[in-house]
Design a protein around this ligand. Structure first.
Ligand SMILES: *[C@@H]1O[C@H](CO)[C@@H](O)[C@H](O)[C@H]1NC(C)=O
Ligand SMILES: *[C@@H]1O[C@H](CO)[C@@H](O)[C@H](O)[C@H]1NC(C)=O
Ligand SMILES: *[C@@H]1O[C@H](CO)[C@@H](O)[C@H](O)[C@H]1NC(C)=O
Ligand SMILES: *[C@@H]1O[C@H](CO)[C@@H](O)[C@H](O)[C@H]1NC(C)=O
Ligand SMILES: *[C@@H]1O[C@H](CO)[C@@H](O)[C@H](O)[C@H]1NC(C)=O
Length: 722
């Protein structure tokens, strides 16, 4: 016994307890016969008396045999034990009749071989006569007996045709025996013989073998057997009946029917099917993980039965189908339970499910032979609206809805803006959903203002003092400043105006963004004086120091506008000097402003029209001499420095004058025909007098300062495209 099994221990305890209970409370009705004993003749070892007839009935417990062993036999010997004898009987059956002793020639001595009774009883009879010879006294016998277990199983088959003790398996036990049957049989109620039985049960292994009782021999008694094959869900059972199939059918007019014998197959949710006849159903795909088989035969008829192998398949899912613009992987002939598929979209397409974009997709074939998710869709990707371009635009060249491979083209608003290359740039919507430039090096595009290229030209060559009214849009960078008095300036970037320092700073008083009014875009002051633009900051050159109007060195200032300008025909920047800018003597420049001019009558008046005049650059030495000679005759004539240059004609009559200060003196680049800001109107002695020249701040000397101020105050302002 497995004592480690607590349940068994408990059962042992109960058995013990019941045993104690039985012994204590209910005395056994009959004393069990002894397991052994001794028997001897009367008066042994004294001689037995004559005329004796004594019988001993020995018995041992049921299920045992008696083994009798003589220790000593000394009975008067006679032929055939005629006078005295010890007879040993099993019921009526004579087991031996003994007399004599070990040495006697007559008589029949049992020897030392024990006597075995066929059963648990034994009878001994001692019979003596009266003719005991005086000379020899016989002492009789003494014997011991003991219970011996009968091996009922090896008992020979009785001749009465009742068959062996057990029809199949016999198990000898102490004092008894048990019969048992082979697999497929069961013990009848006689506890001795076996009959075929159903090997009922549940078959849950993935494959197995089943057969009807006794197959392929007919069954001779009625029987109903049930077999259940039930495997893991997600698998289906397939039955394969062997060819040797025979179940009695009854022929009727409508054909054979399964009336008394049948095999019924039941599948959940399906109508049961009955099989009989002599033809094997062959292979049956049940499409179910559970199948019940009921085999029924009655006591009549001869059905040899059936046998089958079953095995299981994973359930099959429907073919997933195709995803337009996508790929389903892996691509198989069939898909079964637990198979997984993935869907990837072609380049330029994205996975969509239920109106939502999803990053990845997979689905699995489930137990119920369905995919756990429906297939996704592949939708073309789009790059979204292309970013708008400041001072430019975007046009669609091909494709639609900003979808994959759509091409758009950016352009700048010509002629006021252009790209760095001057070319329009195309972008294509790529698979990463980005607008990607067709030329790999371009990441983004900016529209740079075009400088120094007015849409309209001034044709005549006249004077400010001696100048000419400027045509609309011919000097679109011209700025009119008003800080109590008039001043000029020029647009150099979409937030920057260049002017002379003395325009915004008189002595110690500097204009503020409240006091400084800025106008541009028109040539008529009356039309200009509407809403002024405002400055965000004013930057006077740090080395400008002119308390008495005698030192115009570094007469340069920058004004940052609060609002960014959008350039058009009437407002455009002038170019800044190139690095290698040269001021060639005699080169014609253009100076412009709303300053003092001369009336037809010769008196000086402040003009309301933008005027311009063409004057040549004057040699520094000649100009220096002119200043020096003036200083001899006049007081308070400022000095000429390297940061200045002169322009004008020796005859006079053409010049800039008060009110023009801060305005542009432009030269034209002979290659590009662009106007560039060579000078800022700074000072002069009188205006347009013979032998005097206008003096201008030499802008080329200040490029580092200008760039630094603009960079330091950069809020993504765009410098002009030179
Ligand atoms: C059915 O069983 C027979 C005999 O064992 C075998 O030859 C046959 O291949 C089986 N059929 C199927 C479909 O398993
Ligand atoms: C199982 O499915 C197959 C294919 O759909 C079908 O032919 C067969 O009849 C089904 N089996 C049963 C028992 O319904
Ligand atoms: C750039 O695009 C504009 C507007 O689409 C078009 O008018 C212009 O001709 C284009 N320029 C070039 C160089 O293709
Ligand atoms: C005006 O100018 C000052 C100094 O130049 C500057 O700090 C301030 O922000 C400006 N005000 C406005 C409203 O732009
Ligand atoms: C240029 O722009 C200014 C400011 O937006 C506007 O007042 C002016 O009318 C424009 N000129 C032309 C020629 O479009």
């Amino acid at each position: 016994m497995d004592t480690s099994n607590p349940q068994m221990g408990w059962i042992s305890f109960i058995v013990w307890f019941l045993y104690v209970l039985v012994c204590d409370c209910v005395p056994l009705p009959d004393k069990e016969p002894p397991m052994h004993g001794e028997v001897q003749s009367p008066q042994y070892p004294q001689p037995y008396p004559p005329n004796l007839l004594k019988q001993w009935d020995l018995s041992v417990p049921e299920g045992f045999q008696i083994q009798l062993t003589f220790m000593h036999v000394d009975i008067e010997a006679s032929g055939g034990c005629y006078y005295d004898s010890l007879t040993v009987l099993y019921d009526e059956k004579l087991l031996g009749k003994f007399c004599g002793n070990q040495n006697s020639a007559d008589g029949h001595h049992p020897g030392h071989q024990p006597i075995l009774s066929p059963g648990n009883r034994l009878t001994l009879i001692l019979q003596t006569d009266d003719s005991n010879p005086e000379r020899h006294q016989n002492v009789g016998f003494t014997a011991q007996y003991q219970a011996i277990d009968i091996d009922e199983c090896s008992a020979p088959e009785p001749g009465d045709g009742s068959g062996p003790v057990c029809s199949q398996i016999c198990l000898n036990t102490l004092g008894s025996y048990l019969c048992s049957c082979y697999h497929g049989y069961e013990l009848r109620s006689d506890q001795r013989t076996c009959m075929l039985s159903c090997s009922d049960g549940i078959f849950d292994e993935p494959k197995g073998h089943l057969f009807s009782p006794g197959y392929p021999n007919p069954l001779l008694h009625p029987m109903s057997c049930q077999y259940i094959i039930s495997v893991e869900s997600g698998f289906t059972v397939s039955l394969n009946f062997s060819d040797n199939f025979h179940i009695e059918s009854v022929d009727t007019e409508e054909g054979p029917i399964c009336l008394y014998h049948w095999l019924q197959m039941s599948i959940p949710d399906k109508k049961p099917m009955k099989f009989c006849g002599g033809t094997s159903p062959g292979v049956i795909e049940t499409n179910s993980s559970t199948v019940m088989l009921d085999y029924h035969v009655d006591g009549q008829g001869m059905s040899n039965g059936w046998s089958l192998d079953y095995h299981t398949h994973r359930v099959k899912c429907p073919m997933p189908g195709k995803v337009p613009r996508g790929r389903v992987t892996p691509s198989l002939e069939e898909y079964f339970y637990r198979d997984q598929i993935y869907v990837r979209c072609d380049q330029g397409y994205k996975l969509m499910m239920g109106g939502q974009e999803i990053e990845r997709y997979s689905t699995m074939c489930q137990k119920n032979s369905q995919w756990h998710l429906p297939l996704p869709e592949c939708h073309i990707i789009d790059c979204g609206e292309p970013e708008p371009l400041l001072n430019g635009g975007v046009t669609f060249l091909s494709g639609s809805l900003n979808q994959y491979l759509s091409v758009v083209q950016y352009h700048c608003n010509e002629p006021f803006y252009s790209t760095l290359s001057g070319q329009n740039v195309s972008f294509t919507c790529d698979a990463d959903r980005r607008w990607r430039s067709n030329s790999n090096d371009i990441v983004s595009i900016t529209c740079l203002p075009v400088c120094g290229k007015p849409t309209d030209e001034s044709y005549s060559f006249q004077r400010i003092i001696g100048g000419q009214d400027a045509a609309d849009n011919s000097i679109p960078w011209q700025v009119l400043l008003n800080v109590g008095g008039r001043g000029g300036g020029m647009v150099i970037a979409d937030k920057w105006i260049l002017t002379a320092a003395h325009v915004v700073k008189q002595g110690e008083s500097q204009a503020t963004n409240k006091t400084l009014n800025i106008y541009m875009g028109l040539t008529d002051v009356n039309k200009l004086y509407k809403v002024p633009m405002r400055a965000a900051s004013i930057h006077v050159h740090p080395e400008y120091n002119n308390p008495n109007n005698l030192n115009f060195d570094n007469d340069i200032a920058l004004i940052k506008l609060q609002d960014r300008l959008t350039f058009n025909a009437s407002i455009m920047p002038v170019c800044l000097p190139a690095e290698d800018a040269t001021y060639t003597t005699g080169m014609m420049g253009q100076v412009s402003g709303f300053g003092i001019t001369k009336s037809a009558g010769g008196e000086k008046i402040l003009t309301n029209k933008l005027k311009y005049v063409q004057v040549p650059v004057v040699d520094d030495e000649i100009c220096g001499e002119s200043i020096t000679s003036l200083q001899k005759t006049r007081r308070n004539v400022p000095y000429l420095t390297n940061n200045m240059f002169c322009a004008g004609v020796p005859d006079g009559g053409k010049d800039s004058c008060q009110g023009d200060s801060g305005g542009p003196f432009t030269l034209t680049d002979p290659n590009t025909e662009q106007f560039w800001a060579a000078g800022i109107v700074s000072w002069g002695v009188d205006c347009g007098l013979q032998g005097t020249y206008g003096v201008y701040t030499k802008v080329a000397n200040y490029m580092d300062w200008i760039n630094k101020i603009i960079d330091d105050n950069n809020d993504n302002n765009i410098k002009s495209n030179e």
